[in-house]
Each structure stands twice: as C-alpha cells, then as structure tokens.
Design a protein around this ligand. Structure first.
Ligand SMILES: NC(=O)c1ccc[n+]([C@@H]2O[C@H](COP(=O)([O-])OP(=O)(O)OC[C@H]3O[C@@H](n4cnc5c(N)ncnc54)[C@H](O)[C@@H]3O)[C@@H](O)[C@H]2O)c1
Length: 286
C-alpha cells in the first residue's frame, strides 16, 4: 500500500460554467410584480482584488432582475446600499433597511416597515448567517449564543412576523449549509445552528400552510462567496475535492432561491435542497 498522498486530479471548470453561473443571464420576468425581503442582503468586505458575489447580494440582484421589488435588510448600511446600487443600475427596484437581526425587538418592526414600503409582501429570503469558528474545546457560551441568535432565533422571529402580513401563496427560503450534515469544519455552533434551520424550515412550512405559504431550505456546499473565500484562505484544503473542479458561485445559490421563492415551485414545500454539485453523494475528486 502506498503511503504517499496525491493531490486531487484537477478538472477544467469551464465545462460547468454558464451565463447563469456567472450572473450574466438576462431576467425572464420570473418574479414580475413580487414584493420580497432579503435578510443579509449585503456582503462582507474581504481583502481581494476581485471579491466574488455573496449569496445575499446575488439573491437580491437576481430577484430584482426577475421583476421583484426588493427590500435589502442588513446590519451594514454600506453593504446593503451597494446591493441596492447594483439593482438600480440595472433598472430594478430596491431599498435598504438597516437592522441588527440579533436585536429581538428590531425584527417585527422591520418586517412591518418593509412590507409597508413594498406595498405588501410575497416573499422572504432569510440569508444572514455567521460563524464564530470555534471548535468544541474552545467554545464559549457567549459565542454559541451569538451564532444561534443570528442563525436560528432571528429566522424564527422574521418568519413569525412575516407570516402575519404575507399575502396568501407567498414563499419563504432559509439558507442553511452542507455543514448541517458534517463535522469537517470543527465548527459546532455553526454546524448545529445550520441543522436547526432545516427543522425550523419545516416548522415554518407547517405554520404557513393555512395561507398557502411555502417554506424551503437551501443548503449550499462549498461556495466561492466572500465567506467561502475567507474560509478557504484559513484552511487551504477546505474545498480541494469539489465536483467540476470548482466551488459554486453566489449566483448558483441565488438561482436555487429564485426557483423556491417563485411560483414555479408551487408544490415544493418543507424541503431542503442541497446545492453541492453532488459532493455529499460522493462526487468527490480523489
Ligand atoms: N459561502 C459558503 O461557502 C456558504 C456555504 C453554505 C452556506 N452559506 C450560507 O450563506 C449565507 C451567507 O452568505 P453570504 O455570501 O451572503 O455571506 P456574507 O457574510 O457575505 O453576507 C452576509 C451579510 O449578512 C450581514 N449580517 C451579518 N450579521 C448581521 C446581523 N446581525 N444583522 C443583519 N445583518 C447581518 C453582513 O453584513 C453581510 O452583508 C449564510 O447563511 C451562510 O451560512 C455559505
């Protein structure tokens, strides 16, 4: 038996790159007239000559490109304003609303404010997520609670408030992670809070049924968002074995969210869509 470790075989990612993958496809009116709130609609700043698009920004831009009026909620005014600028530069409609989602008292008023400005509410995309990155031996109660306040409690409070005002037939999405199923990252607060989101998504779907409101969860694998690029810098072996020889893009996450928030998925409910190019199914470079 050989003891030498070989680097994974490299693939040319070009074969799996499409206009949609890169956010270059034209809108097709898939959300015409819809009023949607995106929570975590900005993106974190990283030091990079060409920072990639984040999941929340890609969702906001894509929803607007497809005809929705979008409320961009974020703790960072600057980050949300950048998203709004990108949308309006394409001729879309959007506005910023600044909220720290760990502030319990701020959430219901934010939903009420945004729904009023939008003239109603048809969709809610819960994208915000943080990670303290602490392993179990180093975990603190404060860091644990902070991840849970943002990743789980805020989603529950946003959904609770949104269900009251959302029009019948609306849709909600949550952004979980492949980390909900795996301990590779030694990141238990993140991993378990992402697993909790999957159960919460089912509970929201249960609560929404009377109004015909659906709730589904997207669980991305390795995505080259600012968050993913930062994580890959910290752990160089993080995503070496990914399918197609590349990580996913924020646009690919956004297209999954677009399907789930649009009426095209009208009979898809309480479902978790793993967006990992088959990684968890064993499509892994060796
Ligand atoms: N990148 C990956 O590899 C990957 C993989 C799986 C899942 N995800 C999930 O995708 C989601 C985030 O993706 P992204 O690319 O948009 O990340 P991002 O970090 O670039 O953006 C998140 C946004 O949330 C905002 N935010 C942070 N804390 C907040 C708070 N307390 N209140 C309000 N806003 C706050 C930030 O300002 C930022 O604009 C997360 O839920 C993450 O868990 C990412």
């Amino acid at each position: 038996m050989s003891t030498t470790t070989q680097a994974p075989k490299q693939l040319d990612p070009a074969a799996s790159l499409h206009a949609e993958t890169l956010g270059l496809a034209k809108g097709r009116g898939r959300l015409e007239g819809r009023r949607i709130i995106v929570v975590g609609a900005g993106q974190r700043n990283i030091i990079d000559a060409e920072p990639p698009v984040g999941n929340g920004r890609a969702m906001s831009v894509l929803f607007a490109r497809e005809g929705a009026h979008v409320a961009c909620i974020d703790i960072s005014k600057e980050a949300a304003d950048d998203t709004v600028r990108q949308i309006t530069s394409e001729g879309g409609r959007a506005f910023t609303d600044v909220v720290d989602v760990s502030d319990i008292a701020a959430i219901a008023p934010a939903i009420a404010r945004c729904a009023k400005q939008l003239g109603g509410l048809d969709g809610l995309a819960l994208n915000v997520g943080i990670s303290c990155g602490l392993s179990l031996p180093k975990m603190t109660a404060e860091a644990w609670d902070r991840d849970y306040a943002v990743n789980v409690r805020s989603h529950m409070l946003f959904a609770q408030a949104a269900l009251d005002v959302m029009s019948p037939g609306g849709a909600i999405t949550l952004t979980s992670s492949m980390a909900s199923q795996r301990a590779n990252g030694r990141n238990p607060a993140y991993e378990s809070s992402k697993a909790a989101q999957i159960a919460l998504g089912r509970a929201i779907a249960r609560a929404g049924e009377e109004k015909g409101i659906r709730c589904n969860v997207i669980a991305p694998g390795f995505i080259d968002s600012p968050m993913g690029r930062d994580a890959s810098r910290r752990r160089a072996d993080r995503a070496l074995t990914v399918p197609f020889g590349r990580q996913g893009t924020g646009w690919e996450v956004a297209y999954a969210a677009l399907f789930l928030i649009s009426n095209e998925s009208s009979y898809v409910n309480a479902y978790t869509l793993f967006l990992d190019a088959g990684h968890m199914a064993g499509i892994v470079r060796t």
